[in-house]
Write a protein that binds this ligand. Structure first.
Ligand code: PEP
Length: 256
């Protein structure tokens, strides 16, 4: 059985102080509950080191929201996988639609970043998803398969099976418009089938596929119950203790 993974993407929000309060609230809520799902928080770069310290010996792991794929060099403003490793980060979000839309991140860059993340033993969470125009033009599946094909180029099966793919329809991110559980499941299932086609059914069976896009406490259970959805990438609601902990508990109850 695939382990559910609930990841909180804080985006460019909060300070080291406010982030610490959030993490302390999550970790004290989780206490010594025996969790069957993975919990990840992805604060801004400046708060990563503190987040790693505060989550030591807890069930919460820390991820970055982005990284460069080079180890070091003349790349002003970027942060390398080695730097993330140095502060103790273990996950990294790659190819979030906001990175693609505002910072010109391409599938080729996503591909390099996945390779680099695996090389450095960071767990990549790779985002894919269609725009509203693409959905309305019935291009959702072909667009996402194209994104995956380019993102996974030359990545071997033994890495792909460890991947976390986040299906995040752009029209549902931060808009309060969630895809229905049925819409989300259809796309996640098609992603799994496509991985089986590109690799093997066994690889497809192992890869974890999250849904992201306005996941909240009140819709998490329905979405997470779908057979091809193995967790959620949560933006806004991951900044609210009561919301995020309820999403975690929904995943936990479904994992039992
Ligand atoms: C996200 O940032 O990946 C996201 C899904 O945001 P939200 O939950 O706020 O829609």
């Amino acid at each position: 059985m695939r382990k559910q993974v609930i990841a909180g993407n804080w985006k460019m929000n909060g300070t080291i102080a406010s982030g610490s309060i959030l993490i302390e609230a999550f970790t004290s809520f989780l206490g010594d509950k025996d969790l069957d799902c993975e919990i990840v928080v992805c604060p801004p770069f400046t708060a990563l080191e503190r987040a790693v310290c505060l989550t030591k010996n807890t069930q919460v792991s820390v991820g970055a929201q982005n990284m460069d794929y080079h180890d070091a060099g003349a790349f002003t403003g970027e942060v390398s996988p080695l730097m993330l490793m140095e502060v103790g980060v273990s996950y990294v979000i790659i190819g979030h639609s906001e990175r693609r839309e505002y910072y010109g991140e391409t599938d080729a860059m996503v591909n390099e970043k996945i390779k680099s993340a695996f090389f450095h033993n960071l767990q990549p969470i790779v985002c894919v998803g269609e725009s509203l125009e693409q959905r309305e033009a019935n291009e959702t599946i072909s667009f996402i398969h194209g994104q995956l094909k380019r993102a996974l180029q030359d990545i071997p099966a033994d890495q792909v099976e460890k991947l976390i793919i986040a299906y995040e329809p752009i029209w549902a991110i931060g808009t309060g418009k969630t895809a229905t559980a049925d819409q989300a499941e259809k796309v996640c299932k098609s992603i799994r089938e496509y991985i089986a086609e590109l690799y093997t059914p066994n690889v497809a069976d192992l890869v974890r596929i999250q849904y992201g896009g306005s996941v909240k406490a009140n819709n998490a259970r329905e979405i997470l119950s779908e057979p091809n959805i193995d967790g959620a990438l949560v933006g806004g609601a991951s900044l609210i203790v009561d919301e995020f902990t309820k999403i975690i508990m929904a995943a936990q109850e479904l994992s039992n």
